[in-house]
Ligand binder design. Structure first.
Ligand code: LER
Ligand code: MN
Length: 271
C-alpha cells in the first residue's frame, strides 16, 4: 500500500529548501502524527546527528516509521560528491553515504542520493564523470544488498545537475551498470521540468521507482500549484507502486499549513 511521509530537515544550511518541517525533530514528529502521516523523511547533517535510540523511541511514541534518509548535507555541509575530480573526495562521499545507509537501514529505510551525485563542470570529460558516478553507485548498490535495503537514486532537474535528468535515462544507466539494488526517486517537481509526460514516464518505469517526492509544479505542497495529479496518482496506484509518497515541498504558507494541505491531497489521491 502507498504510504504518506513528510520531510523534516535538521540542517541549518538548507533552511530555505523544499522541506515541510525544518525546526525541531520532536515537535515536527508530533505534528506529523497529529495529522496522520505514516512516516517521516529525514535530512540530517550526518549519520551521527541523531542518537539511534532516541529516534527509535520517538518513532514508537508517535507511531511513525522512517521512510528514507536524505544525504544532501554531504554536499551542502561537507562539500562531497560522487563525481568530484579529487579521488579522496569521491571516497569520502561514498563513506558519508555508506554511514547514512547503515543508519537508515537499521530503521528499515533506504538512503537517497540527490545532490551528492554532483555535476559535470566545464573542462571535465563527461564520460569520465559518468564512470565515476557508476563506480560510486556500484559500491553503494553492493552495500545496500549487504544491508538488506535499497539505494534510492534521484534524477534532478537541469538546474541542479547535468548528469541524468529523466527517469528513463536513469533506468538506462542503472541497467547498463547492473545496479540491481538501486531504485529511482520520482520527484514530481523535477519531473514537471524534465519529463514529456509525468504519468507516462511513471507508468513506463514503475518497477524501477522506489520513492516519490510529492510536490506541485512550483514546488509548493500538492494542490498549491498546477500539476494535474490525477493521472500521476493513477499511474502509481494502477502500476502497483507500494512505497512512500513523501512531501518534499516548500513550507508554504507555513510548515503546519503545508503539512495539512499535503495530507489532504494525499488522502484525495491515494485513499
Ligand atoms: C532532493 O530530494 C531534491 O529534490 C533536491 O532538489 C534538493 O536540492
Ligand atoms: Mn527530491
Amino acid at each position: 500500500m502507498i504510504e504518506s511521509a513528510v520531510t523534516i530537515a535538521l540542517v541549518p544550511q538548507i533552511k530555505k529548501g523544499p522541506w515541510i518541517f525544518w525546526d525541531d525533530l520532536e515537535k515536527s514528529m508530533q505534528q506529523a502524527a497529529v495529522l496522520g502521516f505514516d512516516a517521516i523523511e529525514l535530512f540530517t547533517p550526518d549519520a551521527g546527528y541523531i542518537e539511534p535510540d532516541r529516534l527509535l523511541s520517538l518513532l514508537s511514541q508517535y507511531d511513525l516509521s522512517l521512510a528514507a534518509a536524505g544525504t544532501g548535507a554531504g554536499k551542502v555541509v561537507h562539500g562531497l560528491t560522487l563525481t568530484d575530480p579529487d579521488e579522496g573526495i569521491r571516497e569520502e562521499a561514498v563513506a558519508f553515504i555508506s554511514n547514512m545507509m547503515t543508519f537508515s537501514a537499521s530503521f528499515g529505510a533506504p538512503a537517497i542520493i540527490g545532490s551528492m551525485q554532483g555535476n559535470i563542470t566545464p573542462g571535465m570529460d563527461s564520460q569520465q564523470v559518468m564512470k565515476w558516478l557508476a563506480e560510486g553507485l556500484k559500491q553503494l548498490d553492493q552495500l545496500a544488498g549487504e544491508l538488506g535495503t535499497q539505494l534510492i537514486y534521484e534524477p534532478l532537474n537541469r538546474y541542479e545537475t547535468n548528469l541524468i535528468n529523466t527517469i528513463s535515462d536513469a533506468v538506462s544507466f542503472l541497467q547498463a551498470n547492473e545496479l540491481s539494488q538501486t531504485r529511482l526517486l520520482a520527484d514530481l517537481f523535477h519531473m514537471n521540468i524534465e519529463e514529456i509526460n509525468i504519468a507516462e514516464s511513471i507508468k513506463n518505469n514503475i518497477p524501477h521507482i522506489g520513492h516519490v517526492h510529492f510536490a506541485d509544479s512550483n514546488r509548493n505542497p500538492v494542490g498549491f500549484g498546477h500539476t494535474d495529479l490525477k493521472p500521476i496518482a493513477a499511474a502509481l496506484t494502477d502500476g502497483g507502486y507500494d512505497g512512500f509518497v513523501s512531501a518534499e515541498a516548500f513550507p508554504w504558507p507555513t510548515s503546519d499549513e503545508a503539512a495539512a494541505q499535503t495530507i489532504r491531497a494525499f488522502r484525495e489521491y491515494f485513499r
